[in-house]
Design a protein around this ligand. Structure first.
Ligand code: SF4
Length: 203
């Protein structure tokens, strides 16, 4: 175990502090702040996204931007209380590139995901969820420790060594990129249904 995690971190507050001071990969340098996971210490369900976006980076909270609003709606449709859910990201700092004055999202690479995995492990040890929903390929890679094909993994139950069930669902930001509104509504219903299915499989 790395030095930052020794002695074991015993609270989400201490974990957030440690993440804020993390320099394990270069992403801390250009981000406003680390964005720690949020939710009850003993949440039954943990939702893991890719990384904070522009709004999350500024606010310091996960899933508060457009994708977060979609996630909120889908969780509600699926009968899952976000207030009872621990929400986090595989990578805690916002990776982006400047395009004029705009900060455009850049997908974290395998090295950055691997370096940040220690913080996910610490969240897992504290929260001990019955179910993890990994949103998108980056989250799936961090949670499962290997790449998995998103399409072929639909509604497939994975399990971590400690018995936590894992389901992989597309990231809601993918819905935001669908231009056709009818198609977007269809995909959103599918996203909500996949969340409901995952929640029904939690022990
Ligand atoms: S992205 Fe993760 S590993 Fe990289 S500096 Fe931030 S907290 Fe540390």
């Amino acid at each position: 175990m790395d030095a930052e995690l020794r002695p074991p971190i015993r609270s989400l507050g201490r974990l957030a502090e440690a993440e804020e001071h993390c320099t394990r990969c270069p992403l801390y340098a250009d981000a406003t702040q680390a964005v720690p996971g949020e939710g009850p210490r003993r949440a039954r369900i943990m939702v893991v996204g890719e990384q904070p976006g522009d709004q999350e980076d500024r606010a310091g909270h996960p899933f508060v931007g457009p994708a977060g609003r979609l996630l909120d709606q889908a969780l509600e449709n699926a009968g899952i209380d976000r207030g009872e859910t621990f929400v986090t990201n595989a990578v805690k700092h916002f990776k982006h590139e400047m395009r004029g004055k705009r900060r455009l999202h850049k997908r974290p690479n395998a090295y950055e995901v691997e370096r940040c995995h220690k913080w996910f492990e610490a969240e897992l040890a504290l929260v001990k969820p019955a179910l993890i929903v990994a949103l998108g390929a980056t989250a799936a890679r961090s949670v499962l420790g290997r790449p998995v094909p998103i399409g072929k993994s639909r509604r497939k139950r994975f399990e971590l060594a400690g018995g936590t069930a894992v389901f992989v669902i597309q990231h809601p930001s993918a819905l935001l990129r669908i231009r056709d509104s009818a198609d977007r509504r269809t995909q959103f219903r599918r996203f909500s249904a996949d969340l409901r299915h995952a929640a029904s499989q939690a022990g």
